[in-house]
Structures are given as C-alpha cells and as structure tokens.
Design a protein around this ligand. Structure first.
Ligand SMILES: Cc1ncc(COP(=O)(O)O)c(C=O)c1O
Length: 431
C-alpha cells in the first residue's frame, strides 16, 4: 500500500472559540480536566531541571509578588515606575555577585533570550569594531547549551564547535586553534548543563580581549549559585567579570535564583557594550527613542520581574548561602551513592549540583536504567552527550527523595545487568 492509499489517521477535532463563554466554575473543572495527565508531584520525583524547589516560603514570596504585578508591563516604564526600579535593582545586585563594578544589563524572559542577546551584542559590536569581517564565526563548546546554536542561526554566524578532551574537560588547545580572523564571539559555560563543569574561562577569555572580540559566559545555571558556593569556600574556578575579556554573562533567576518562570538576566561588562543590546525605533521627526526595548520582547511580564526582585530581597546573601550549602552537602552523598553502584559513574568534575552519570560497563545500558527508573515513577532525563547519560539539576527541595532514588537505582541496575530490563532503542530527549 502506498502512502497515498493509506487510510487517513484520525485527526483531533480542531478547536474553535466557544460561542458562549463558560462560567468560572466550569473553567475550574475544565482546568482540572486539562491537567489530569500532568505530573504534579515532580519535586518528589526528582525532576532534573525545569523546576527548582527551595521551600514553600520562597515560593509564596514569589507568588505573592507575581500576583500583585500580574497585569503590569515594564515596557511602560513611565507608568510602572516600580518595575523600572526593580529591574535596576536586580541588575545591580547581579553585577555585584558577578564582580562587575561597571556592569549593566536587563531582565529577560529566560536563559535562551539572554543567550540570544549575548550573541546579538557580539554581532553588532563586531560590525562596529571589525567591519572587515563579513562571515562572522562563533566558537561553541560541545558541552554548551543549544541556545547558542539557535543564536548562531538567528544572527547569521558560522558555528565552530570546540571539542572536549577524553577526560570531558574542554580541549583548550583545540579551542585556541579554532580562533580565526573571522571569530567574533567565544563561548564558555559556568557550568554546562549535563556535566556541571565550569569551562577554563580564565585561559580563554583573555584571548578574546587580545582580539577585541566578545566572550560570553553562560552562567544561566550558575549565576545565582556559584557566587555563594565560592563564599562558602568551595573551589569554584573564576568565571565572571573578574576575568579580563569576559564581555557578557547570562544568569537565570528562574533556575537557582529560585523565582518564578520568565526571569533571567543578561549582563554586559559596561554600558558601552550593553548599548549593542538595545533596540531603538524613532518616531518620524520626533523622539529617536520612541520605542526602546533592551531585549527581544516588547511587552514583558511585570509579575516575573517583581517575583525575582522579591525573592532576591527575601533570601539575601544569608538565604542563598544556606540553600547552596544544603544542596552542596547532600549532593556529595548523592554522587557517592551513584558511584558506589558497580558500573555507574558521575561524569567529569561537577562544580555544583548539576551533573550526569553514565555507564562504564557495556552490560549496563544507561537507557535501560532510565526506563527502569521511569517505571518506578522517577522523572528521568536521559542525555546523549558527551556520552549516554542521565542528568540531574538538584535543588535543596530535592534532598528528602535521594535515598529512595538511590535504592531504586541500585535495584534497577541489577535488573538491567541480568537482562530483565532493556532499552529497546530508547532515546535521549530534552523536553
Ligand atoms: C546551561 C544552560 N544555559 C541555558 C539554558 C537555557 O535556559 P532557558 O530554558 O531558561 O531558556 C539552560 C537551560 O537549562 C542551561 O542549562
């Protein structure tokens, strides 16, 4: 039978706007129905990333501020003066944490938008400083987040991929060899998503400075975690504006800042670099700044900005240090538990509570382990780079569940080894 002869698969009915609106009670029931298959106890099931539990009190502070500013919009800064102030405070607090005395920036909708802005800044700055470059290149480590490849695609860069060494650290020598006269942007992560490793930014960023090109540090995960880990005495490689040559840094409030979704920060080393981020549209014969936006969006959610401001004010340095200290302590126990299972190993040298574990034994298919854990109710995030792995992003709120996870992992590994669970070509995913 050819495709043309195949019976048409049943299509879900297309939605139409209801002729008459529903009552509020009906809406509540419809919401219950719509979310019937959602997994709501994701915290207990160790969801890796996506959510960052830090305690009910933190959540309530964020929610209260979010609802209070529910319909507000920072685009109208002359009307919502409070939001303009809050954004300034968030940016300045972040500059302090990242050791950028002249650093400035803006709040964005998330890590990807912050990264896209970092790529745009590099492109537009290079157009001014290096007008001779017509085919700009960006060096993206193999371990970097896909948003950089998206940025290269959106902003017309050729992507050059820097490899990892067999020990899973970034291959600095190979990276250096990839720098050409067309390179306008170099990338490092602090840390990367699966391995949780901080790239050797101190070795690389000065090379960008020598060439007067941009170096973006992706600290979407680490921006509100690593500074406090460093204060607590953990050995964190220097990754921020203290490193000469770092021009822009992305740091996500809605990850380890523990605030509501829809909040990240993109920081530039100084106002001159930040200016390449801003878009200005002038009204004819009138105001050259009639429509000025710092980032990709026009309207922005005031609720997300207010929630971020409120959580930063609520936790303060003490609160973040407490949460980071708690997470770092139980993480050691968690990683030791994984490494004690024969054939499983935490990859590389994670700097914080973000890591992946892999199989070192051909009889132990990691995707079969993922399947076995899923069957026991755990939310598993398999990954394929730098090798087949299961990845984790752990927040303080996950601590009560790791012992049960380790017990299941030990049993599932044994079942996989005996051939009682197989992966049947299971695939990694990021969704
Ligand atoms: C290292 C890193 N950078 C960037 C991002 C993208 O962030 P977002 O999903 O908020 O766009 C992520 C997301 O997990 C990440 O882990």
């Amino acid at each position: 039978m050819t495709t043309a002869e195949a019976p048409a698969a049943a299509q879900p009915q297309r939605a139409t706007l209801p002729e008459h609106g529903h009552t509020r009670d009906e809406i509540r029931r419809m919401i219950d129905e719509a979310s019937r298959e959602d997994i709501l106890d994701f915290e207990q099931r160790l969801m890796a990333g996506g959510t960052y539990p830090a305690g009910d009190d933190v959540m309530e502070v964020a929610k209260e501020a979010f609802l209070r500013f529910f319909s507000t919009n920072p685009l109208y800064s002359s009307i919502f003066k409070s939001l303009a102030q809050m954004e300034r405070v968030i940016v300045e607090m972040t500059a302090g944490l990242l050791h950028g005395p002249t650093a400035t920036g803006s709040v964005t909708s998330g890590g990807s938008e912050s990264i896209l802005m970092g790529v745009k800044i590099a492109r537009d700055r290079a157009r001014t400083l290096h007008p001779e470059i017509t085919e700009p290149e960006v060096i993206i480590p193999f371990s970097a987040h896909p948003a950089f490849t998206k940025g290269a695609h959106y902003f017309g860069f050729r992507k050059v991929e820097a490899p990892l060494r067999p020990d899973l650290n970034l291959d600095v020598e190979a990276y250096k060899r990839l720098i050409t006269r067309n390179t306008v942007l170099m990338i490092g992560s602090a840390p990367g998503m699966t391995l949780g490793q901080v790239d050797p930014i101190e070795e690389l960023a000065p090379l960008a400075l020598e060439r007067n090109i941009n170096f973006h540090v992706d600290s979407c995960i680490g921006g509100y975690f690593l500074p406090f880990a460093e204060m607590l005495g953990y050995p964190i490689p220097t990754f921020d504006f203290r490193v000469p040559g770092v021009t822009t840094i992305s740091a996500d409030l809605h990850k380890f800042g523990y605030t509501a979704k829809g909040a990240s920060v993109i920081m530039s080393r100084d106002p001159e670099i930040f200016e390449y981020q801003v878009f200005r549209f002038g009204a004819p014969h009138h105001d050259p700044n009639w429509y000025t936006t710092p980032s990709a969006t026009g309207t922005r959610p005031g609720g997300a900005m207010a929630a971020a401001w409120a959580v930063l004010q609520y936790l303060g340095v003490d609160g973040y240090k407490r949460l980071v200290g708690q997470a770092m302590r139980y993480m050691e126990r968690f990683k030791a538990g994984i490494n004690s299972i024969p054939g499983l190993q935490v990859m590389g040298n994670p700097a914080m509570t973000v890591f992946g574990y892999t199989s070192t034994d051909p009889a132990l298919d990691i995707f079969a382990i993922a399947k076995g854990l899923e069957a026991r109710g755990w939310l598993v995030f398999p990954d394929e780079y730098p090798r087949p792995a299961i990845r984790f992003m752990q927040s303080p709120g996950h601590e009560p569940y790791i012992d049960a996870y380790l017990a299941d992992l030990r049993e599932v590994a044994e079942l996989v080894r005996r051939g009682e669970i197989t992966s049947e070509g299971g695939k990694a995913r990021y969704s």
